[in-house]
Design a protein around this ligand. Structure first.
Ligand code: PLP
Length: 376
């Protein structure tokens, strides 16, 4: 393990060990393991946190996306507009429901789908928009919703990296028809296994996802739809309920760390290094603190040598993924997303990180890029 990891899940566990252990013990004592009181309570608590009427727990963020699209009626022959720059699951979910992903290049400042380019991608087959709040920076959802309304499109928000992020004081996931959350362990609200949730204020969508997650069954052994097995287990829900109580504080601490990184990096005046931008009205939750630097690979290598973990999210754009080749239009290009692939680097970011460690990382960045500008 590097001296300074990208994420330190053990440090987080140690900080809440008593609460977590008690929650796990409670589930073991009750003996109900799949969907149950912990899942129901978590659903209510996440709905409150996101400002939606409903939340429905599923087995992963990927399932949350796919089932949201299905519940919105997206199917074969439909087109869904999304970003060219995200984790693969964003596009995979669209293809899984039989639809075609239509990719839009990104805004180079926020790394989110470029809303200025979005409308030119709408065709008579477009049925939905799937914006991703990448790295925890919320998309400008008022603009997304205005475009959706004008063109009668459904909106599914990919909130996998952004639980707790807000745009104009409203939580992500509460703008569109549905929002998909991931509880993958390293996420801002991560379980100790896979998990996900759909947040929505539409009762029909909530009902449909409840149906689909349990094999389309209405009552025992009576199946009215072809669904799947996508249920959250009680252990994960109990763990996530404990962690949810700390989420606002953890997200605030991430913001605090981001400010320290940005201030310390600014002191170095490195023209080739760009710190994250936060647009007006956006409340970033820094799932990643991602800088952009021309000598990215050299910097990454130097940090690795110094025992500091840093990662590239993502080294390839979605339209270049071999599995998506059959659905990608060759006439389109994504220059901003391509450039991001070559330049982005995510630095260690987790609530338990200390200010001194951030200063140490910044010193190593200075040493790697400009040895002469090392801060005193
Ligand atoms: C943007 C994005 N969308 C979707 C997912 C899929 O979530 P999960 O891993 O819980 O299936 C992830 C998780 O890595 C993600 O980062």
């Amino acid at each position: 393990m590097p001296t300074i990891p990208l994420v330190d899940l053990q440090a987080q566990y140690r900080s809440i060990k008593t609460e977590i252990d008690a929650a796990i013990q409670g589930v073991l004592d009750r003996g109900q393991f799949i969907l149950g009181p912990e899942v129901e309570a978590l659903e209510q608590e996440v709905a409150v946190a996101c400002g939606t009427r409903y939340a429905v727990a599923v087995a992963s963020g990927t399932d949350a996306l796919e089932l949201s699209l299905r519940a919105c009626g997206i199917t074969t022959g439909d087109e869904v507009i999304t970003t060219a720059y995200s984790f693969f699951a964003t596009a995979e979910a669209i293809v899984a429901v039989g639809a075609t992903p239509v990719f839009v290049d990104i805004d180079p400042l926020t790394y989110n789908l470029d809303l200025r380019r979005l409308e030119s991608h709408i065709t008579p087959k477009t049925r939905a928009l799937l914006p991703v709040h990448l790295y925890g920076h919320p998309c400008a959802m008022d603009q997304v919703m205005a475009i959706a309304k004008q063109h009668h499109l459904r909106v599914v928000e990919d909130c996998a990296q952004a639980i707790g992020a807000r745009y104009r004081a409203q939580a992500v996931g509460a703008f569109g028809d549905a929002g998909a959350l991931s509880f993958f362990p390293s996420k801002n609200l991560g379980g100790y296994g896979d998990g996900g949730m759909v947040v929505t204020s539409d009762p029909a969508i909530a009902d449909q996802i409840r149906l689909l997650r349990t094999h389309g069954s209405q009552g025992k052994y009576w199946h009215v739809a072809l669904g799947t097995n996508s249920r959250l287990d009680e252990l994960q829900a109990a763990i996530l309920r404990v962690k949810l109580r700390h989420l606002d504080r953890w997200n605030a601490t991430r913001r605090h760390h981001a400010t320290r990184y940005t201030e310390q990096l600014a002191k170095l005046s490195l023209p080739e290094l760009v710190v994250p931008t936060v647009v007006p009205h956006a409340e970033h939750v820094y799932h990643q603190y991602t800088v952009r630097v021309t000598q990215r690979d050299q910097l990454k290598e130097s940090l690795t040598q110094a025992g500091i973990s840093a990662q590239v999210y993502y080294p390839s754009i979605l339209p270049a993924q071999p599995a998506l080749a059959p659905c990608v239009s060759r006439s389109r290009s994504y220059p901003e997303a391509e450039q991001a692939c070559h330049q982005v680097l995510s630095l260690p970011m987790f609530p338990e990180l200390s200010g001194e460690t951030i200063d140490q990382i910044v010193r190593q960045i200075a040493r790697a890029l400009h040895p002469s500008r090392l801060p005193a």
